[in-house]
Design a protein around this ligand. Structure first.
Ligand code: NG1
Ligand code: ZN
Length: 528
């Protein structure tokens, strides 16, 4: 283990608190920033091993997304910009939880199991969000990378999806810059909106809640490439407020109310990013003061409808499917299946599950209700679209549709859900179709719903099945939920342990808000 001498020396500077156990959860490790220094160092080590194994660039993102500012987290990004493979999540937990004296043994164990050639070059790229703890924690990642004799490149402050995209570009094109990212997405947006009816131009004003995070900084950078074709009024830009505090996509979605710090007029289109800008939700208030939320389900509906129409108009034979989780509003599922005649798949929570399911289709539109999602095109579908867009022998009508489709493909960050690219896509679809936010909202009416969370002694005693829609243990809980659900009309409810917080989440929907609230409350009592 001579090659690990430096690891042995440096790891003492990043000691693990004895007995602390953490799990690589829904989106990597997440906990109070104070407990993460050793985890960051070790994720630097693991990223090097993963890079040697895959002979590719690997990403390490330091963020805790929508969690409070004092938390932090880290996740690894695999060569094509996707979440790290499942077996490596287990190695991550193993390495993070090894006591100080077991660290080298644990490292060596992974090297052996994966038959890693330690002489292979490695390359790791690192990014971070705006949390006060992120800078020093990313330095711990650099330490881990360097003590295995490897190189890293620090992208500094970036959104999570930007880093995913950088990993993808490094491995497919050999280089990756943020400027390329902005150019690619803004050009596609400008091409698409050129096709908008003239009156729609006047409506291209958007209020954005930046959650006081990285998304606000990066939106400012993106704006410089948009040639004033999208007029953004940015709120919660981080200059005064606290990250995710009373603002951001998670707050708006869960509380079902506008963020603090935004000044919205009746009918104005608004959106919120989360703390690392991989989620987005839209909303507006109508003339009688009602708040209307357009969440990930509404976004998926808008985008999949647009894509399906273009595919039909272009005369292509491509299957468009939607992937959702149990949190998807029942009305959205019914609309997609019954009205849009689309295949709808339900997976477990966490984008890695949705992403994998979406890969099985020509065009897979996946969104979590909280606004995290994107669209995946199979390689064959993408090739077909690009080829047809270049073909001289098609009718004008088809040509128009295929060019819109081609630009839409270019506007999407297929590596992961991306608030900036999703925002541009939504704005472009609304502009091209000449739709306002109310027209979009009118596609279907959400069932009233409520999300709650409760702290229990040990959330892991709850296990689930059927894409988390039914409880397996503890015994009797599912029967209790079934009985409560039966009391209400159009009702549905489920519980599951969170993968990012120490809580159990409860979801309920029903025909009225009072019923949804009551059902969620009753189910929460059954969980205790
Ligand atoms: P958990 O804490 O496992 O529910 C939350 C979100 C996920 C996903 C992850 C990662 C809900 C109900 N859950 O996971 O959808 O986005 O955070 O950020 O919104
Ligand atoms: Zn996020």
């Amino acid at each position: 283990m001579a090659e690990f001498e430096e690891v042995s020396r440096k790891s003492k500077l990043h000691p693990k608190p004895t007995g602390l156990k953490l799990q690589y959860g829904t989106a990597g490790f997440r906990t109070t920033a104070k407990h993460l220094d050793h985890v960051m160092f070790r994720m630097g080590l693991l990223a090097v091993l993963r890079s040697k194994k895959t002979r590719s660039t690997i990403g390490v993102m330091v963020t805790a997304s929508h969690n409070p500012e004092d938390d932090n987290g880290v996740k690894l990004i695999d060569p094509m910009g996707e979440m790290v493979a499942l077996t490596w999540e287990e190695y991550a937990s193993q390495l993070a939880n090894a006591e100080q004296e077991e660290l080298l043994h644990s490292l060596n164990d992974i090297v052996k199991k994966e038959t890693i050639d330690m002489s292979q070059e490695a390359r790791v790229i690192v990014g971070r969000d705006t949390r006060p703890s992120s800078e020093s924690l990313s330095r711990a990642v650099f330490d881990g990378v360097q003590c295995l004799g490897s190189h890293f490149h620090d992208y500094g402050l970036v959104t999570t999806p930007q880093l995913h995209y950088m990993v993808y570009c490094q491995n497919t094109q050999g280089s990756a810059t943020l400027e390329d990212y902005y150019k690619k997405h803004s050009q596609a947006f400008l091409h698409l909106t050129k096709n908008a009816p003239v009156h729609a131009n006047a409506q291209r004003r958007l209020l954005v809640d930046g959650a006081n995070g990285i998304g606000a900084l990066k939106l400012r950078e993106l704006e410089a490439f948009l040639q004033k074709q999208l007029l953004v009024a940015l709120f919660n830009d981080g200059s005064t407020g606290k990250l995710n505090h009373l603002c951001g996509a998670d707050y708006v979605k869960v509380q079902q109310k506008p963020p603090q710090g935004i000044q919205m007029e009746v009918g104005e289109r608004c959106c919120s990013f989360d703390g690392d800008a991989d989620r987005i939700v839209y909303y507006y208030t109508n003339s009688d003061g009602h708040f209307h939320l357009l969440d990930g389900d509404k976004i998926a509906t808008l985008i999949s409808t647009f894509l399906k129409e273009l595919i039909t108009e272009a005369g292509l034979d491509l299957q468009v499917a939607a992937v959702q989780t149990a949190y998807a509003n029942g009305s959205s599922t019914r609309f997609l299946e019954d009205t849009m005649k689309m295949t709808v798949v339900c997976t477990k929570t966490g984008v890695k599950h949705l992403h994998h399911a979406a890969q099985k289709f020509d065009v897979g539109v996946y969104f979590e209700a909280n606004g995290h999602g994107t669209v995946l095109f199979s390689r064959a579908a993408e090739e077909q679209i690009h080829q047809l867009a270049k073909s001289p022998d098609i009718t004008n009508e088809k040509k128009h549709a295929i060019q819109l489709l081609d630009n839409t493909v270019n506007l999407i960050n297929q590596t992961v859900g991306d608030a900036l690219s999703d925002m541009l896509l939504i704005e472009a679809v609304l502009a091209v179709r000449g739709m306002g936010v109310q027209d979009w909202d009118a596609m279907y009416t959400d069932l009233p719903n409520r999300q709650l969370k409760v702290k229990v002694a040990d959330r892991r005693v709850i296990s689930t099945t059927d894409a988390e829609r039914r409880v397996v243990s503890p015994a009797g809980l599912q029967e209790a939920i079934d009985k409560l659900v039966a009391k209400y009309q159009q009702a549905r409810s489920f519980v599951r342990p969170s993968g990012t917080e120490d809580v159990v989440r409860i979801y309920a929907e029903a025909d009225t808000q009072e019923s949804a609230d009551a059902l969620a409350h009753e189910v929460s009592l059954a969980v205790y």
